[in-house]
Ligand binder design. Structure first.
Ligand code: PRT
Ligand code: ZN
Length: 283
């Protein structure tokens, strides 16, 4: 039986549970329990605060865990990072008051920097030979300059709205982060097999996210050009239509490219374009 540590509540909880569910693994909802078995797979979920997940995995309390890469770096525990999970994307950045200008990293010499990530910040300052004072605070780091606790901050940024509403601006991006699957060292062969199966399922779900299935009618003479527009996984499927000179083409595209591709396909005569969601992609 594998044990996976996931965040009890917070930004990563829903996506972690969602990824497992889309991979065919669900847990009975029971808010009073912190350890729940799945009926679908030999796995149990251990619900923890995100701060505690790297340690729980490194000391073997859990075999694997889903946590932000930022927490893995900050806790500095000996775990393997198995895969990136494409959610919880954010960055750890240095931000300064709007009124200030920062021409180079030297700006931070002698500054007081408030953060909840002293380890990552300390390493960054050391690597860049900057001597600054780190003020570790647990939360609401963005209010520290206005409250007189620090000159500048080092914090998580996602949309940037929190910085803007606190009169701050992002000047140096130090670490890109997203949720990752971590694993403890020295895992048994039996558990390794289960983890491989889980990774395979996660990859199929992640591949399918943001992918769209596209089908359309196309004049036969446009097929070569359409194949260039839609390279697909291997190559697009082309089926004949009852009407001569026409075919039906099927392919998978990234959602981010969808409208651009549709525009190009219309230009070469594509008609009746249908777009559908993709549930899983097994490569
Ligand atoms: O209770 P527990 O300890 O488990 O949770 P937590 O409160 O420590 O963490 P939580 O749930 O807030 O975040 C969990 C993880 O989500 C983080 O470790 C990151 O890996 C990831 N993540 C992604 C974020 C954000 N985006 C994010 N925007 N974590 C925090 N924020 C906060 C940030 O601290 C800042 O206050 O959102 C604000 C900035 O957001 P924008 O959009 O205004 O820039
Ligand atoms: Zn936390």
């Amino acid at each position: 039986m594998l044990r996976i540590a996931i965040q009890t509540k917070g930004r990563l909880n829903e996506d972690s549970v969602g990824l497992l569910k889309d991979s065919g693994i669900s847990f009975r909802e029971d808010k009073r329990k912190f350890l729940l078995k799945s009926a679908d797979f030999p796995i149990e979920a251990l619900y923890l605060r995100d701060d505690d997940i790297p340690e729980a995995v490194s000391d073997g309390t859990a075999d694997i865990g889903i946590v932000g890469y930022n927490e893995v770096c900050e806790r500095d525990k000996d775990v393997d990072i198995l895969m990136r999970l494409s959610f919880g994307k954010c960055r750890l950045s240095l931000a300064i008051p709007d009124s200030e200008t920062c021409a180079s990293l030297q700006y931070f010499n002698g500054k007081k920097i408030a953060t909840s990530y002293p380890v990552i910040l300390g390493k960054f300052l050391k690597e860049n030979n900057i001597k600054a004072e780190i003020r570790t605070i647990a939360g609401s780091v963005e209010i520290a300059p206005a409250a007189g606790l620090s000159d500048v901050i080092f914090d998580i940024v996602s949309s940037g709205a929190t910085l803007v509403s606190n009169g701050l601006k992002e000047v140096v991006k130090v670490l890109e982060s997203e949720a990752v699957l971590i694993c403890r060292k020295d895992i048994s062969e039996k558990k390794r097999k289960l983890i491989d199966e889980l990774r395979f399922r996660f990859e199929s779900v992640i591949q399918a996210r943001g992918a769209k299935y596209l089908l359309m009618n196309l004049p036969q003479q446009s097929v070569d050009e359409a194949v260039k527009i839609l390279p697909a996984l291997r190559s697009p499927t082309i089926l004949p239509l009852a009407a001569t000179g026409w075919c039906s083409m099927h392919s998978v595209v990234r959602e981010s490219e969808l409208w651009d591709k549709i525009g190009q396909l219309k230009q070469i005569g594509a008609e009746g374009i249908v777009v559908m969601d993709v549930e899983k992609i097994v490569l």
